[in-house]
Ligand binder design. Sequence first.
Ligand code: 0RA
Length: 277
Amino acid sequence: MADDSYGAQQIRVLEGLEAVRKRPGMYIGSTGLGGLHHLVYEVVDNSVDEAMAGHATRIDVVLLPDGGCRVIDDGRGIPTEQHHQYPDKSTAEVVLTHLHAGGKFGDGAYKVSGGLHGVGVSVVNALASRLHLQIDREGNRHEMEFLAGGTPLGPLRVTGKAPRGRTGTTVTFWPDPEIFHSEGVEFRAQTLLERLERMAFLNKALEIRFEDQRPDHNNEVVVFKYNGGIIDFVKHLNRAKEALFKKVAHFEAIEPTQEVEVALQWNTGFYEGIHSF
Ligand code: 0RA
């Protein structure tokens, strides 16, 4: 009888996130540096999906002075209205606290996807000591905060007006040192930069900015934006080699349910490299 009460629902949600904290490796591969960086990729991939759907044009990744990581996009913003299955919760809260929530795939809406895909941002929440969510949508700024592995401090609330015409999602999280105790919670800028640059190559004209605000990191700012997409990627791969011809060969085919894009260029070397995504 009490199974559908708010309390029972809340307990089930926390049990779901607790399962992630018990076996983090099942969700993010490891609790070492690989897993730590996976958290960032998970959040960024959600923003990249929003770009692939044609709604986001820019993603900012900021490493904060206090060890947190902030990912900002200018997409539609995670939906803020009541969730149809959980009338006492916003969709945003459900996305952040339910494993595999969102259901953006499998409905035929996407013929391209970010890849691995996805354990979802709720896994990041489960493995964070703190997570702050900000959504600009329908003229309002909404905020919500989670502590100690995904426990909401309160519901999603309107905290003010969104800047004129702005929509988008900002996720800021602090990886939990209790989870990432073996190799620590310090991000490696180089590791993130390599992956962010590849995302920029694979998503033509998407602007991805990286900013390192941590002390002793020289406030490094890097902007990746490749209007040539995978053509630029091939040029990049051959940058230290001798290309046999100047122009990168390129072709693509787009059908209702599938598409393919190929870029290639020979070089004078012995080895070939094939990268597929
Ligand atoms: C579910 C549905 C919609 C957007 C998103 C999720 C969304 C998620 C993330 C995560 C980071 N950035 C994001 N941006 C969007 C569609 C919303 C609609 O129909 O307006």
